[in-house]
Design a protein around this ligand. Structure first.
Ligand code: ADP
Length: 235
């Protein structure tokens, strides 16, 4: 029996754009299990980022419940959300979100300084293969290297969960495969639970489970008994 680390029930999100109501999520039920890689697949606008943001405590559901272990996120105060994000979740975004005026080491240190049990920034950067780039600024790094700094920043605080929104979306396929390899290694070596958003069907092959979202609803969840190594996928 697998242990759910996250469970969402009836999660609905309605955005108000002037007079118009946009139903980004329509009653989503989803569990995320410890130590799995789940890929959330769906066309643009299907609600993927909204769901990831709600699970990560960056946004609130309009209705429904989201549990992280035995805690109900929907009852959290701002202060509890801040602590939850700081202690439990590592985020990786498509465009890296590094601070341009800080070096790779400083970008990671920014997070480790406020974490309770962090790695040293150089340790996290070594894990992503960047121990020779500590003093480089983002502009002096390739896209793939910048994304690896972002992953180092996410893992440095030792989160149980990594929430990755289109982590390879801005990368060429060769570099994207390196980044996927890193995420698979984090699962295999450190037992992280990883949720990856993509609209790229090929990436789904590396997942243990593939969740299809369309128009704010989960249309299918497929278990992949034999995930493909990132090196063997083509896109
Ligand atoms: P995806 O990540 O699958 O591309 P999103 O979760 O970003 O989809 O968006 C789902 C829907 O919600 C889209 O129709 C989008 O336009 C709408 N939406 C997302 N964020 C907002 C917002 N802050 N205000 C209004 N509508 C939003």
């Amino acid at each position: 029996m697998q242990n759910p680390i996250f469970s969402a029930h009836g999660v609905t999100k309605v955005y108000h754009a002037g007079e118009i109501e946009v139903f980004a999520l329509r009653g989503v039920d989803l569990e995320l299990y410890e130590g799995e890689i789940a890929v959330l697949l769906g066309p643009s606008g299907s609600g993927k980022s909204t769901l990831l943001n709600i699970m990560g405590g960056l946004d609130c559901a309009t209705a429904g419940e989201v549990h992280f272990r035995d805690q109900d996120l929907t009852t959290f105060s701002e202060r509890q959300f801040t602590r939850f994000r700081r202690d439990h979740v590592g985020f990786v975004f498509q465009f890296y979100n590094l601070i341009p005026s800080l070096t790779a080491w400083e970008n990671v240190a920014l997070v480790t300084e406020i974490s309770s049990n962090p790695m040293k920034p150089e340790e996290a950067l070594e894990m992503v293969g960047l121990k020779d780039r500590l003093t480089h600024f983002p502009a002096q790094l390739s896209g793939g290297e910048q994304q690896r700094v972002a992953i180092a920043r996410a893992i440095a605080k030792r989160p149980e969960v990594m929430l990755c929104d289109e982590p390879t979306g801005a990368l060429d396929s060769k570099t994207g495969i390196l980044v996927l390899r890193l995420l698979v290694d984090l699962k295999n070596q450190l037992g992280k639970t990883i949720l990856i958003i993509t609209h790229n069907v090929a990436i789904a092959d590396v997942a243990d489970r593939v969740i299809h979202l369309r128009s704010g609803e989960i249309v299918s969840v497929n278990t992949n008994e034999h995930p493909t190594p990132p090196e063997d996928i083509t896109w």
